[in-house]
Design a protein around this ligand. Structure first.
Ligand SMILES: [Zn+2]
Ligand SMILES: [Zn+2]
Length: 152
Protein backbone atom coordinates (compact mmCIF):
# COMPACT_ATOMS: atom_id res chain seq x y z
CA UNK A 1 0.00 0.00 0.00
CA UNK A 2 2.99 2.32 0.32
CA UNK A 3 2.89 4.47 -2.77
CA UNK A 4 5.46 6.94 -1.54
CA UNK A 5 8.03 5.73 -4.03
CA UNK A 6 5.72 5.40 -6.99
CA UNK A 7 5.67 8.68 -8.86
CA UNK A 8 4.40 8.91 -12.36
CA UNK A 9 6.39 11.53 -14.28
CA UNK A 10 3.26 13.49 -15.18
CA UNK A 11 1.72 12.95 -11.78
CA UNK A 12 -1.15 15.21 -10.91
CA UNK A 13 -1.23 13.79 -7.39
CA UNK A 14 -2.41 16.29 -4.89
CA UNK A 15 -2.11 15.87 -1.15
CA UNK A 16 -4.60 16.72 1.57
CA UNK A 17 -3.71 20.12 3.09
CA UNK A 18 -4.67 18.83 6.56
CA UNK A 19 -3.22 15.30 6.84
CA UNK A 20 -1.00 14.87 3.79
CA UNK A 21 -2.82 11.82 2.41
CA UNK A 22 -2.80 11.46 -1.32
CA UNK A 23 -6.16 12.65 -2.61
CA UNK A 24 -8.42 10.64 -4.89
CA UNK A 25 -9.66 12.70 -7.79
CA UNK A 26 -13.43 13.04 -8.04
CA UNK A 27 -15.74 14.36 -10.72
CA UNK A 28 -18.50 16.93 -10.59
CA UNK A 29 -21.20 14.31 -10.03
CA UNK A 30 -19.60 13.11 -6.82
CA UNK A 31 -19.23 16.67 -5.55
CA UNK A 32 -22.85 17.41 -6.38
CA UNK A 33 -23.89 14.35 -4.42
CA UNK A 34 -21.96 15.16 -1.23
CA UNK A 35 -21.33 18.91 -1.16
CA UNK A 36 -23.90 21.72 -1.01
CA UNK A 37 -23.79 24.23 -3.87
CA UNK A 38 -22.44 27.10 -1.78
CA UNK A 39 -19.55 24.99 -0.49
CA UNK A 40 -18.90 23.45 -3.86
CA UNK A 41 -18.31 26.86 -5.39
CA UNK A 42 -15.34 27.30 -3.07
CA UNK A 43 -13.54 24.45 -4.78
CA UNK A 44 -11.79 24.60 -8.12
CA UNK A 45 -12.01 21.39 -10.11
CA UNK A 46 -10.39 18.98 -10.28
CA UNK A 47 -11.20 18.31 -6.65
CA UNK A 48 -9.90 15.43 -4.56
CA UNK A 49 -11.25 13.25 -1.79
CA UNK A 50 -9.08 12.75 1.31
CA UNK A 51 -9.29 8.96 1.97
CA UNK A 52 -8.01 9.10 5.55
CA UNK A 53 -10.90 7.98 7.82
CA UNK A 54 -9.83 10.24 10.69
CA UNK A 55 -9.09 13.44 8.77
CA UNK A 56 -11.70 16.20 9.04
CA UNK A 57 -11.19 17.28 5.42
CA UNK A 58 -13.51 15.61 2.91
CA UNK A 59 -12.69 17.34 -0.38
CA UNK A 60 -9.96 19.74 -1.37
CA UNK A 61 -8.56 21.33 -4.48
CA UNK A 62 -5.10 22.09 -5.85
CA UNK A 63 -5.22 25.50 -4.13
CA UNK A 64 -5.57 23.93 -0.68
CA UNK A 65 -9.14 25.04 -0.25
CA UNK A 66 -11.29 22.38 1.33
CA UNK A 67 -14.71 21.23 2.49
CA UNK A 68 -14.94 19.56 5.89
CA UNK A 69 -16.61 16.23 6.56
CA UNK A 70 -19.04 17.88 8.97
CA UNK A 71 -20.30 20.15 6.18
CA UNK A 72 -21.17 17.36 3.74
CA UNK A 73 -24.84 16.99 2.90
CA UNK A 74 -24.77 13.22 3.54
CA UNK A 75 -22.49 10.81 5.43
CA UNK A 76 -19.50 9.58 3.47
CA UNK A 77 -17.67 6.30 3.94
CA UNK A 78 -15.00 5.82 5.32
CA UNK A 79 -15.19 9.21 7.07
CA UNK A 80 -18.33 7.96 8.74
CA UNK A 81 -17.94 4.21 9.39
CA UNK A 82 -21.70 3.77 9.69
CA UNK A 83 -22.37 5.34 6.28
CA UNK A 84 -23.16 3.08 3.35
CA UNK A 85 -19.92 1.64 2.01
CA UNK A 86 -21.50 1.25 -1.36
CA UNK A 87 -23.71 4.25 -1.83
CA UNK A 88 -25.24 2.68 -4.96
CA UNK A 89 -26.70 -0.31 -3.10
CA UNK A 90 -26.65 0.94 0.48
CA UNK A 91 -24.46 -1.81 1.90
CA UNK A 92 -23.11 -0.84 5.31
CA UNK A 93 -20.42 -2.12 7.60
CA UNK A 94 -23.17 -3.59 9.76
CA UNK A 95 -24.28 -5.87 6.90
CA UNK A 96 -20.74 -7.13 6.49
CA UNK A 97 -20.35 -7.49 10.25
CA UNK A 98 -23.41 -9.75 10.20
CA UNK A 99 -21.76 -11.97 7.58
CA UNK A 100 -18.72 -12.31 9.78
CA UNK A 101 -20.82 -12.97 12.88
CA UNK A 102 -22.72 -15.70 11.06
CA UNK A 103 -19.60 -17.15 9.46
CA UNK A 104 -20.93 -16.60 5.94
CA UNK A 105 -20.03 -14.36 3.00
CA UNK A 106 -23.51 -14.01 1.54
CA UNK A 107 -24.03 -10.27 1.91
CA UNK A 108 -20.45 -9.35 1.16
CA UNK A 109 -20.34 -11.47 -1.97
CA UNK A 110 -23.68 -10.11 -3.18
CA UNK A 111 -22.46 -6.56 -2.61
CA UNK A 112 -19.23 -7.19 -4.51
CA UNK A 113 -21.16 -8.75 -7.38
CA UNK A 114 -23.52 -5.80 -7.49
CA UNK A 115 -20.63 -3.35 -7.35
CA UNK A 116 -18.99 -5.12 -10.29
CA UNK A 117 -22.18 -5.19 -12.34
CA UNK A 118 -23.24 -2.60 -14.86
CA UNK A 119 -25.90 -1.39 -12.41
CA UNK A 120 -23.20 -0.03 -10.07
CA UNK A 121 -22.87 3.73 -9.92
CA UNK A 122 -19.90 4.03 -7.58
CA UNK A 123 -18.34 6.52 -9.98
CA UNK A 124 -21.10 9.01 -9.09
CA UNK A 125 -22.15 7.84 -5.64
CA UNK A 126 -19.04 6.70 -3.78
CA UNK A 127 -17.43 9.53 -1.84
CA UNK A 128 -14.13 8.92 -3.64
CA UNK A 129 -15.73 8.32 -7.03
CA UNK A 130 -14.24 4.85 -7.29
CA UNK A 131 -15.53 1.31 -7.19
CA UNK A 132 -16.44 0.31 -3.67
CA UNK A 133 -15.17 -3.26 -4.16
CA UNK A 134 -11.83 -2.62 -2.40
CA UNK A 135 -13.67 -1.01 0.53
CA UNK A 136 -16.09 -3.96 0.74
CA UNK A 137 -13.21 -6.42 0.78
CA UNK A 138 -11.21 -4.42 3.28
CA UNK A 139 -14.22 -4.02 5.55
CA UNK A 140 -14.83 -7.78 5.50
CA UNK A 141 -11.21 -8.50 6.40
CA UNK A 142 -11.26 -5.86 9.15
CA UNK A 143 -14.40 -7.34 10.68
CA UNK A 144 -12.99 -10.85 10.53
CA UNK A 145 -9.69 -9.79 12.03
CA UNK A 146 -11.56 -8.03 14.81
CA UNK A 147 -13.56 -11.20 15.52
CA UNK A 148 -10.41 -13.35 15.55
CA UNK A 149 -8.77 -11.03 18.03
CA UNK A 150 -11.77 -11.26 20.33
CA UNK A 151 -12.05 -15.06 20.26
CA UNK A 152 -8.35 -15.63 20.79
ZN1 LIG B 1 -6.86 14.59 4.99
ZN1 LIG C 1 -20.78 1.16 -5.27
Amino acid sequence: MNKAFVREPDSTATYCPRCGSQGERVGTEVLQHYVADAQRQLLTEPAFFCPSPKCAVAYFDAFERFVLVKDLVRPAYPKDPSAAICACFGVTRRDIQRDVDEGVVTRTRAAVEQAQSSAACCAHLAANGRSCVPYLQKCFLDCRQHRDQQTR
